[in-house]
Design a protein around this ligand. Structure first.
Ligand code: SAM
Length: 219
């Protein structure tokens, strides 16, 4: 654990309790270790990985909203309610998928770019400014984002730092908390952002329903 980063982490009490019946995914060990490795070393990511992820989510697009959407917004709603202050401006949602989280983001940030690798997932989405792109290399201007939101997707901290306005914030979400296929512990997130920016970062985090959220900002 990065002790400097851990000193800057505040955990808020849970106000949206977790009911029985949390779904567990069979592939979680493998996908979590991949997500953590990418966050720690983006060199792990390559075109084959990107193609495999896009193909996997093109298939999942068919069942995503029906099977997986009902519980996904709760951590974002809680982060928006308690993780502030949150700056105004442009929002960039990375790994936006079918757009389950986008309507809530649009309530706060009327200009929201929704970026995803999977054409199949993006085709199901109906709001936000949709872009098919890889989060490791975004076709967006440096310093243009007030907020970057990552809901259960890959973290390329260098690219997030490049996009963020100086006072911008990052919202990291795992809809199934520590059991989420793309869960990355907060200390790993902080270390990734600190490496990418050569600055210290703070985190405010909590749990809501089955999920977890972290709002990260530069000191
Ligand atoms: C688990 S889904 C989450 C979708 C949405 N955020 C939600 O909560 O419903 C992960 C999404 O991230 C996308 N994704 C994964 N890696 C990506 C990358 N490097 N660039 C862009 N999108 C990526 C996938 O295509 C997929 O749509």
């Amino acid at each position: 654990m990065d002790s400097l980063g851990a000193m800057g982490t505040v955990t808020l009490p849970t106000v949206v309790p977790a009911p029985e019946g949390k779904p567990l995914r069979s592939e979680t060990d493998e996908t979590q270790s991949r997500s953590r490795r990418i966050a720690q070393d983006p060199a792990y990511w390559n075109e084959q990985e990107a193609a495999a992820i896009a193909a996997r989510f093109d298939l999942l697009a068919e069942i995503w909203d029906e099977e997986r959407s009902s519980y996904r917004s709760a951590p974002l709603a809680d982060a928006l309610a308690r993780g502030g202050p949150l700056p105004k401006g442009t929002c960039v949602e990375l790994g936006s998928g079918t757009g389950v989280l986008t309507p809530l983001l649009l309530e706060h940030w009327p200009i929201t770019f929704c970026v995803d690798l999977s054409a199949g997932m993006l085709r199901k989405a109906s709001s936000g400014i949709r872009l098919r792109a890889d989060s490791c290399r975004l076709p967006l201007r440096s310093g243009s984002a007030a907020v970057v939101v990552l809901g259960d997707t890959s973290l390329f901290a260098q690219e997030v730092v490049r996009l963020l306005h100086r006072d911008g914030v990052v919202i990291w979400l795992n809809a199934l908390g520590a059991d989420a296929p793309h869960f990355v512990p907060t200390e790993v997130l902080l270390a990734a952002f600190e490496r990418a920016s050569a600055r210290r970062w703070d985190a405010v985090q909590s749990q809501a329903l089955w999920g977890q959220w972290v709002v990260l900002r530069r000191q």
